[in-house]
Design a protein around this ligand. Sequence first.
Ligand SMILES: Nc1nc2c(ncn2[C@@H]2O[C@H](COP(=O)(O)OP(=O)(O)O)[C@@H](O)[C@H]2O)c(=O)[nH]1
Ligand SMILES: [Mg+2]
Length: 203
Amino acid sequence: MNPFYHRARFLKSAARLSQSPPDSGIEVAFAGRSNAGKSSALNALCGQKSLARTSKTPGRTQLLNFFELDDERRLVDLPGYGYAKVAESIKREWQKTLANYIEHRQCLRGMVLLMDIRHPMTEFDRQMLDWNTHQGLPTHILLTKADKLKSGAGKNTLFQVKKALHEHRDITLQRFSALHKEGIDECHRVLDIWFELKSETED
Ligand SMILES: Nc1nc2c(ncn2[C@@H]2O[C@H](COP(=O)(O)OP(=O)(O)O)[C@@H](O)[C@H]2O)c(=O)[nH]1
Ligand SMILES: [Mg+2]
């Protein structure tokens, strides 16, 4: 348990990069297909019930949502991508906003990319990983809803995805379940490094 993340509070939403908070300090972005479990993961990681609204209607989060941890550090909930029922023109608009954010945001230090453990590495996920590799952006993958698979099947998926990514040095991954609160400490440790937070025991 890391109480630092429990301080997260909603700061603002931005439909475009120009509406974002000043580009200073450190940001870590959360991305993934709609319905991958992004809002649930953010809530679990921050020990809050409704920080990021979880929704049964996928594709609702169309904005960049900024959450403040302290004056220097923010979490960003990126628009869920790949939801089929949204018009092509809107999808293209979101993609542009996403690409723009990843390419131009100086304070962006890392990305947590969420994939449903039952459907990992979709075309959209691969595209995101390619962008991140191209930008030199470290990425940590959460294989979400791990409670939906038996432990053997889950381990196998973890192994397969690891194998597919073995050439990418800046990509790490883990199992995660917001429902069972599995993998929270492991993810906090990655965030701690990106946010340059030293654990007290290290001093
Ligand atoms: N079984 C299970 N379901 C989950 C988990 N995380 C999210 N879900 C469900 O998956 C659906 C989408 O979750 P949500 O967090 O809104 O996904 P988002 O669209 O990526 O923000 C909801 O019905 C959640 O209840 C999990 O760890 N385990
Ligand atoms: Mg959401």
